[in-house]
Design a protein around this ligand. Structure first.
Ligand SMILES: [Zn+2]
Length: 118
C-alpha cells in the first residue's frame, strides 16, 4: 500500500505522526501535530489523478461514476481549504508518485514538515 510505504519511510527519517484524527470535518491520512501539517495520499482513481484518473466514463453507469468522482474531488478541495483556514499546512501526494519514486516523495514531505516546525 503506497500510504503505508510512505509512512514507514517518514518514520524511518524520524518523523512522528498520528493517524485517524479529525480536524474540523475532515480526517487527513497522516497528521504531524508538532508542525500542524496534514498529509493526504490520494488514490489515482478515486481522487482523479491527472495522469491516471478516468476522464471518459461510458456505459449505463457513466453518469453515476462521473458525479461520484466529481464529488470526491470537490470534497478534497473543501478539506484542503478548511484545514488551511484552521492553520494547517496541507500536503497532497498521488499514490502513483509514491509508487514511482518513494524517495523523492519522502524528501518532499520531510522538508515541508520540518520547515513548518520552525
Ligand atoms: Zn496517478
Amino acid at each position: 500500500m503506497p500510504e503505508v510505504r510512505l509512512r514507514r519511510a517518514l518514520h524511518a527519517r524520524g518523523l512522528r505522526y498520528r493517524l485517524d484524527r479529525r480536524i474540523g470535518r475532515f480526517r487527513p491520512d497522516v497528521l504531524f501535530p508538532a508542525s500542524r501539517t496534514a498529509l493526504f495520499i490520494d488514490g489515482c482513481f478515486w481522487h482523479g489523478c491527472p495522469e491516471h484518473g478516468v476522464k471518459d466514463f461510458r456505459g449505463p453507469n457513466a453518469e453515476r461514476w462521473r458525479s461520484k468522482l466529481t464529488a470526491n474531488a470537490d470534497r478534497d478541495r473543501r478539506a484542503s481549504a478548511e484545514l488551511t483556514a484552521l492553520g494547517w499546512q496541507v500536503i497532497r501526494v498521488w499514490e502513483c508518485e509514491v509508487k514511482r519514486d518513494l524517495g523523492a516523495v519522502t524528501d518532499r514531505v520531510y522538508d515541508l514538515v520540518l520547515a513548518a516546525r520552525s
